[in-house]
Design a protein around this ligand. Structure first.
Ligand code: SF4
Length: 437
């Protein structure tokens, strides 16, 4: 299987692009994670995998999107990006995840990539703006990989993404990339309406046949003003997704990314480990894209980015998150997150200014943390890679999650079944908040 994967990488992509990927992202990425580990030992965080939402606008209207896509357009300028990248480069970073909105609606997006040939960019996109001409330019640049989202069959894609003819137009974008031998990935936000169509061996085989080099199955999170919780996977479906990913990794010549498990199958939160944080289109520095609160901005000249990632709010988010659960604090304990936001007077970073009410209205849910159901990697390569470069880095050492995570409130097998009363919440807060004091 690994030989097949290596031969696909050699013969199905442009050799120059492959070399760039290995040199910048492979070697440079490993170095940046090593530096992250050294910094963690000193009690400092600067995320090696920085995600930047460069624009809020989007041509689609996805169910459960938490970005203010219809608000006045806001972008991160090439100058602001240049400054941000220079500071991150000085810390050893080479990778930048570019998110939106739809990043390809940013008028200077390709200039940003061209300005930084020593960095590698992964663009989360619906693919609909990737014409043949744009794909040629991406090939020429060589330091960009589009990660194009497919959310279901024709009918489900239209429903999930709030427009018509979505799948065809997205597939066209994918094909334009593949025709030009651009290193291309396809991702899916798994939910109840697409899991049976896309979490399948047939879909993986089709991606391989098309020439797609990697895939990523995210899990739908009920966030934003119109969160649509009916789309959430059940705990059993989440487990099925994890099992599928582990099996396919050992069987199919395609790379499958995930961000929520270590090599032994133990859950983790990339924001709690500090390996990744997010910057919104207005410059606000957020723990992750769905935690839309900030105390700092990249545009504030009085402090360095390094200081901002170690602000009291960011430090306390990481501590509270790690003390609460190995899973997602937003899903499991939005009540604790609300308290944290208040304690730091963190600003609602949205245009709609309802993020705090949305958080308060959330019901407790289970997340990737599923103690006793860990599924270790079967593939030795993923096991090894995760051991050294994608683990919890010890942030959960000594933490007891038995009384603070959502599972302690929910009946086995149920999601949002019972919610803590005010007294319960108060008691749990007493238990967790000392961690951040
Ligand atoms: S807080 Fe939740 S959504 Fe954010 S990075 Fe952690 S696990 Fe993911």
């Amino acid at each position: 299987m690994l030989l097949k994967l290596a031969s696909r990488a050699l013969f199905e992509t442009d050799k120059r692009l492959l070399l760039k990927f290995v040199r910048i992202m492979g070697l440079g990425g490993v170095r940046s994670v090593q530096k992250h580990k050294q910094r963690l030992r000193r009690g400092e965080v600067f995320p090696p995998f920085l995600y930047v939402s460069v624009i809020n606008s989007c041509n689609l209207r996805c169910q459960g999107c938490w970005v203010d896509v219809a608000a006045k357009q806001q972008t991160i300028s090439p100058e602001a990006m240049g400054k941000l990248i220079a500071e991150a480069r000085a810390m050893g970073n080479v990778f930048f995840g570019i998110v939106g909105g739809e990043p390809f609606m940013h008028p200077q997006l390709l200039d940003i990539f061209a300005n930084h040939p020593d960095c590698y960019f992964q663009v989360f996109t619906n693919g609909q703006f990737i014409t043949d001409e744009k794909a040629k330019r991406l090939r020429e640049l060589g330091n960009v990989t589009p990660l194009i989202s497919v959310e279901g069959n024709e009918i489900i894609s239209n429903e999930r993404r709030g427009r018509s003819d979505v799948l065809n137009r997205t597939m066209e974008g994918i094909q334009n990339c593949l025709n030009n031998k651009v290193f291309t990935g396809v991702c899916t936000s798994l939910c109840r309406t697409n899991i049976d169509d896309l979490l399948t061996e047939e879909w993986i085989d089709r991606l391989i046949e098309m020439g797609v080099m990697y895939t990523w199955f995210h899990v739908y999170r009920p966030m934003g003003p119109d969160s649509n919780p009916d789309l959430c996977l059940t705990p059993e479906q989440q487990l099925r997704a994890r099992r599928f990913v582990v099996e396919m990794r050992a069987k199919k010549p395609i790379v499958i990314i995930d961000a929520y498990f270590d090599g032994q199958g133990k859950a983790l939160c990339p924001a709690a480990t500090g390996i990744s944080h997010h910057i919104n289109p207005w410059g606000g520095i957020e723990p992750c894209p769905i935690v839309q609160f900030a105390t700092d901005s990249i545009h504030d000249e009085s402090r360095t980015l390094r200081e901002k990632f170690n602000s009291p709010f960011m430090q306390d988010f990481r501590k509270l998150s790690a003390a609460t659960t190995r899973g997602c604090i937003v899903l499991e304990r939005p009540d604790l997150l609300s308290q944290l936001v208040d304690a730091h007077s963190a600003e609602d970073a949205t245009v709609r200014k309802t993020a705090r009410q949305e958080l308060d209205a959330m019901r407790l849910r289970t997340s990737q943390y599923n103690p006793g159901q860990e599924i270790p990697e079967k593939s030795w390569l993923y096991r090894l890679a995760k051991k050294f470069w994608f683990s919890d880095f010890g942030v959960y050492d000594g933490m007891d999650h038995s009384g603070t995570a959502a599972r302690s409130f929910l009946e086995p097998g149920e999601d949002s079944a019972s919610q803590p009363g005010a007294e319960d919440t108060e008691h749990r807060l007493e238990h967790v908040l000392p961690v951040i004091q």
